[in-house]
Design a protein around this ligand. Sequence first.
Ligand SMILES: [Zn+2]
Length: 64
Amino acid sequence: MDLSQNHCIYCERTSNEVPLISVEFKNQKIRICSQHLPILIHDPAQLIGKLSGAEGLEPADHKD
Ligand SMILES: [Zn+2]
């Protein structure tokens, strides 16, 4: 069991501290906390270097 997977990819807090959401991406299971989930949705460029493949993600269109 790899405990290094068991924290938010952005802030590295664990589920002992924040609610974590499991996401599957490129056949890897990642965790992101509820606070940083919007980054994955709207500004994935901030995850480059933290999440392999993030450079290929496009932000969800949320112009309104
Ligand atoms: Zn986080």
